[in-house]
Ligand binder design. Sequence first.
Ligand code: PMP
Ligand code: GLN
Length: 375
Amino acid sequence: MSKLPHITTSIFTVMSQMANEYKAINLSKGFPNFPVDERLKNFVAKWAKEEVHQYLPMAGFPPLLDKIALLTQKSYNRKVTASTDILVTAGATEGIFATIQALVNKGEEVLILDPSYDCYETPVLLCNAKPIRINLNDDFTPNWEVIERAINSNTRMIIINNPNNPTGKTWTENDFIQLEKIADLHPDLLILSDEVYEYITFENKHLSINQRIKLRDKSVIVSSFGKSFHITGWKIGYLIGPEHLMKEIKKVHQFLVFSVNSIAQYAINDYMDVVQVKELGQFYQQKRDFFRNLLQQTKFELLPCEGSYFQIASYASISSENDLDFTKRLVQEFGVATIPLSPFYADGKQTNCIRFCFAKDENTLQTAVERLLQL
Ligand code: PMP
Ligand code: GLN
């Protein structure tokens, strides 16, 4: 009998396969289509020629752990101990899986705020724990009253994602204050904070759990080099958390992958000396503005995009189809692949909204919008 009877192929794979089949422009799955920094490629080439092909230490290449600690200090003024508080993971996905497996017990509840990215629920189910899916408000802000009411003595963890995939929303100071109040009332509640788009914010600077003195000792923060360095295929990221939690997570990581790709860690360690992650927001803000300006000429209505490389748009004035039918028709008839929003909701909520990924070169974005103008 299947352990995960209702888990099916991810919507990102479904829409990308359709994009290939119809030779459509793929603005569905979130990945950059422009070249990776030559300097990073050169570091890979350099290290591939050296004898660095064997296992690295379980928690990560020590100099890389030091660089992550330094970046955390510079970005958020938080001092972390490289040897105890950081774990290099096989992408954020493995970090999230290992965290949940290590910290959530059978029968406990984990709060997930919908629309939510797709990799949170399965690890919860595999712990024989219960995912509690709570919808965000219609403007994609957290509904703190509903969240507070959902917490009981069985609640182990809340998963938050800021900046958010798929909505592009970021958290405000008030959101953190509300979470701090909840954490005060429920001192055993843990926080898993998915911040993979931490360096992709626009008008407002990213607010991180790393900066919340009241929360960070009960939180595990997830980051991804895939997003910060445009290398989604490398599958490498890291976790930051207090030693007592990281000690447990490392036990799972040790037997899930043991350690992460050596050449990637050597190359990233060098690259972190030369790259400026703080320029990433500006880089993507240009793309966001370019894409939004073009899309404004279409019949789509654009929702705000404060962070991440995703733009949400409503097609309510174009069609009354459900979002899956609409996105399939966009591929088949207009040659543009996007992502419907309903698969991000446990209850399949219909919002008449779809997600575009704008981590693309200008030519791709322009050609896509030319096609959408025909709607
Ligand atoms: N969390 C979010 C919110 C994401 O968007 C993604 C990837 N798109 C991940 C986690 C997974 O990141 P990685 O590819 O590093 O596993
Ligand atoms: N994170 C990517 C997105 O949101 C999808 C990656 C995947 O297919 N797992 O589009």
